[in-house]
Every structure is written in structure tokens, then in C-alpha cells.
Write a protein that binds this ligand. Structure first.
Ligand SMILES: [Zn+2]
Length: 239
């Protein structure tokens, strides 16, 4: 049983190392993902701003066409004014001309406003493009660094997994199954030391009789509270 415990402890140390590596790899990937998402966000803003500019430009062209049409109508009316017979007709054409001029002034103001908006939007696009450029450069460097780290972790993990295979084969199939089941259920920790009568997995006291059995090291004993496999470890002196 002593040998089994020692194999399991080695296996546990290896598995903790693997889980640490997995966490590092995941953290590196997550960081890259979040940076990419932020960059995509800026790119999306540029797309939206560009669409807004296109819409403003379309409206500006419509207004300019309306302006030109109105201009033609105003000229026609002015020509007609020369040949009117009655004062009533004269007043009516004059009013239509004035109304047309008024509407055209409004159109001109709207065109100026649209052009100002387009200018502001273009400035914003330039700003966003600059951010994108900088982000892209930094991201490329950081991605290369993180990918290098991940590849190192993966190489290390492959080596450790090989060691794990040989360690796992030293343990009986049923014990390995038990170890794996506890590890899955208990946050990656299946075998824990007991010091001063306390299980270091759940920090609960274990009954004195169980503690005595544990000292004998002749059978596998599980913690009554967290069900992890326990082994006795001499108390280290507190500094
Ligand atoms: Zn426990």
C-alpha cells in the first residue's frame, strides 16, 4: 500500500502540473481572443461610419438635384413674369418664385450641414484607423510572443504526459479509476496529506481511530468528509 500511495502522489503532482500548464495555455489564448475582439470592434466602427458617410452623401446629391430643378423653375417663372396680363397672375407667380427661393435656401443650408457632418465623420474614421493600425502592430507582436509561450507549454505538456503514462501504468487499474473519479469530482485533487489530524483537502479533523489506521499505512483510507485518499505526513515545524 505504501508503494501505491507513493505512485499516486507522483501522479497527483504530475496532474497538478498539467492542469497548471492547461490554465496557462487557456489564459494565453483568451488574452489573444479578447485583443482580437477589441480590434474587430474598432474595425466595425469604421464600417458603420463609412455607411453613414455614404448615406449623407446620397442625401446631399438628392438635395443638389432638387436645388437645380427648383432653379430652373424659378427662371421659367421669371421669364413668364414678362408676359403676364393681370395683376393677380403676376402676384401668384411672384409668390411661387419667392416660395421656391425660400425652399432652396433651406436646401442649401441642409447641404452645408451634411458636408460638415461628413467632414466630422471622416475625422473620426481617421482616428479609428490610427487606433486599428497601432493595435494591429502590437497585437501581431503579442500574438507571436503568446504563441511561442503556448508552444513551449505544449512541448512541456507532451513530455509530462509521457512521464504520466509510465507512472499511471505502475498503479492498478482499479486504483487508477478511483483516483481519476475523485480527481474529477474534487477539483483536480485526489490524494491529500493529513497533518495534525486535519485533512489538507477539506481542512476537517479526522477521527482519532482513522488517524491511527492512517499511521499504519497498510490500507487505503479516504477522508470521511471530502472522500479524498489520505496519506500521513509528519508535521513540519512552524517557523
Ligand atoms: Zn478531506
Amino acid at each position: 500500500m505504501k508503494a501505491n500511495i507513493s505512485h499516486l502522489r507522483e501522479l497527483q503532482a504530475i496532474d497538478l502540473k498539467i492542469s497548471t500548464l492547461d490554465k496557462e495555455i487557456a489564459a494565453g489564448s483568451a488574452e489573444i481572443d479578447s485583443r482580437r475582439a477589441s480590434l474587430d470592434g474598432h474595425k466595425e466602427i469604421i464600417v458603420q461610419l463609412t455607411e453613414k458617410i455614404a448615406a449623407n452623401d446620397q442625401r446631399r446629391r438628392e438635395l443638389e438635384a432638387e436645388l437645380a430643378d427648383e432653379q430652373v423653375r424659378i427662371k421659367d417663372r421669371q421669364a413668364k413674369l414678362m408676359n403676364v396680363q393681370t395683376n393677380r397672375e403676376y402676384q401668384s407667380i411672384l409668390k411661387e418664385t419667392e416660395d421656391g427661393k425660400k425652399v432652396n435656401t433651406q436646401r442649401e443650408e441642409a447641404v452645408v450641414q451634411l458636408m460638415e457632418e461628413i467632414e466630422a465623420l471622416n475625422a473620426k474614421i481617421e482616428e479609428e484607423a490610427k487606433i486599428c493600425d497601432e493595435d494591429e502592430k502590437m497585437l501581431a507582436e503579442d500574438v507571436a510572443a503568446v504563441e511561442k509561450k503556448i508552444s513551449q507549454f505544449n512541448t512541456e505538456k507532451t513530455k509530462i504526459l509521457k512521464t504520466r503514462e509510465s507512472k499511471a501504468s505502475a498503479v492498478t487499474a482499479s486504483l487508477l479509476k478511483k483516483y481519476t473519479a475523485i480527481r474529477d469530482k474534487r477539483n483536480g485533487l485526489a490524494i491529500v496529506p493529513v497533518t495534525g489530524g486535519v485533512c489538507r483537502g477539506c481542512f476537517m479533523n479526522i477521527p482519532p481511530q482513522l488517524y491511527n489506521d492512517l499511521m499504519k499505512e497498510d490500507k487505503l483510507i479516504s477522508c470521511p468528509t471530502c472522500h479524498r485518499i489520505m496519506f500521513h505526513e509528519a508535521e513540519t515545524e512552524e517557523v
